[in-house]
Design a protein around this ligand. Structure first.
Ligand SMILES: *Cc1c(COP(=O)(O)O)cnc(C)c1O
Length: 430
């Protein structure tokens, strides 16, 4: 397999782009080698500039849940394109997408569209503060909520439990209202409430997806919500990854928990830049122009992006692929574990519906600390062997793999063969 053109573009890209990428994980830093440059994609397949074709388990980190270039989505976007790109005024499409979104989340009366998951979360946090009149926010170590200052703490970095900025350029003042708790540990949340009386709410990925996949254990989310109610604090569900993916109504639907504020992104735009935050009326009425919380966006509710979102969610609802995701996910899980056993490699697979990933470790992974026990060198070898065998994975041990509804039996077969070869390569490491 040749990567010559990718290599050339990478070198060219280094001149005027930072690391030749526009988002750091794309740089392949944690697996080594040069990043792949993509030429095109269709259905379950993605093709790089050297014409290597891969079964795509990245799907743009989640958004392409129907596979690439689904007919209905492409048609809707093209149709919208012909009417104009952006107006700085309201369109009917925004109302349509808002209805689809509010119908999916039972306690969501109103929604506000933004352009990314980061924006959705930073606005959701501001809203929690506006509504409660309190400043402090609890986040869980290992959860990622986009790159806003206040939440770049223990966001999958090494600074596990300290309220110290996880990035240069974030002033300590920006994180002084951020408290860190441990995932799957309600006591660590309660402890903060004992020492602080100004906590607006708790933000959580209802299924952890940015420290690898980490699943809430034993009603953790339900108990968290019940506890927060006794304290008058809000539960902010960051469903940017899980919304419309775990189930149409997100992880909340699967887990039977209702958040006060829900943040969305990724699948909601079907590959176009859309984010959203929503809540019940009394909370959303804080948002300008109804209330005093300011939040705005020149391109928010962009008509092409709205068309892409409406078509994606409409098709998703029609396909209702969640049972199939569960079955395919189960098959892939079995394939991974069987190959690991055959080649004598320590492996744990965490999976929630169509989100999964293997950890190269012996110990169970229920929080960030345990995720850190995995052998990232093994993952790097596994990753490149998968690439060479035609499967595109996220280039990091701590990113989830995503299924899409265009995956065929043939694709699964290809993944299965690749997994076996890749696990063999891992077993031969010194
Ligand atoms: C991807 C992600 C974000 C950030 O969304 P962007 O669109 O990349 O800004 C926030 N929260 C979670 C849980 C995510 O997975």
């Amino acid at each position: 397999m040749k990567f010559e053109k990718s290599q050339k573009l990478y070198e060219k890209g280094l001149v005027n782009l930072v690391g030749a990428v526009n988002s750091p994980v794309r740089a392949f830093s944690s697996v080594g080698g040069n990043p792949l440059f993509i030429k095109k994609a269709k259905g379950s397949k993605i093709v790089d500039v050297d014409d290597n074709e891969y079964v795509d388990l990245v799907v743009s980190y989640g958004p392409m849940i129907l596979g690439h270039r689904h007919k209905a989505v492409e048609k809707a976007a093209k149709k919208a394109l012909k009417k104009g790109y952006s107006f700085g005024a309201s369109t009917e499409a925004e109302i349509k997408l808002a209805k689809i979104v509010c119908d999916a989340f039972p306690e969501m009366d109103k929604v506000r569209f933004v352009n990314s998951g980061t924006e959705a979360v930073l606005s959701g946090i501001r809203l929690a503060r506006a509504f409660t009149g309190k400043d402090k926010i609890i986040k869980f170590s290992g959860c990622y909520h986009g790159h806003q200052d206040a939440l770049l703490v223990a966001a999958g970095s090494g600074l596990a439990t300290l309220s110290l900025p996880g990035s240069k350029g974030v002033p300590e003042g920006a994180v002084k209202n951020t408290l860190i708790a441990e995932y799957n540990n309600l006591e660590s949340v309660k402890a903060h409430f004992e020492t602080h009386d100004d906590i607006a709410g708790v933000i959580i990925e209802p299924i952890g997806g940015n420290m690898g996949v980490v699943i809430p254990q034993n009603n953790f989310l339900k108990e968290l919500k019940e506890f927060l109610e006794t304290k008058g604090a809000l539960l902010i569900a960051d469903e940017v990854m899980t919304g419309f993916r775990s189930m149409f109504g997100g992880a909340q639907e699967v887990l039977g928990v209702t958040a006060d504020i829900t943040c969305l992104g990724k699948v909601i735009g079907g590959g176009f830049p859309v984010g959203a935050y929503g809540a019940r009326n009394e909370i959303m009425e804080q948002v300008s122009p109804l209330g005093g919380m300011y939040q705005a966006g020149t391109l928010s509710g962009n008509p092409i992006a709205m068309a892409g979102g409406i078509a994606t969610l409409t098709e998703l609802k029609r396909q209702n692929p969640y049972q199939k995701f569960e079955e395919v996910g189960q098959i892939l899980e079995t394939i991974l574990l069987a190959a690991a056993k055959k080649h004598n490699v320590d492996l744990v697979v965490n999976r929630f519906g169509s989100m999964m990933n293997p950890f190269f470790t012996k110990s169970k992974v229920t929080n960030f600390e345990e995720a850190q026990t995995s052998d990232t060198k093994k993952f790097a070898v596994f990753f490149w062997e998968m690439i060479k065998n035609g499967v595109f994975l996220p280039p990091s041990q701590f990113e989830a793999w995503f299924l899409n509804s265009a995956l065929s039996d043939k694709d699964i077969k290809k993944i299965s063969i690749a997994v076996d070869k890749s696990m063999l390569a891992v077993s031969k490491m010194k």
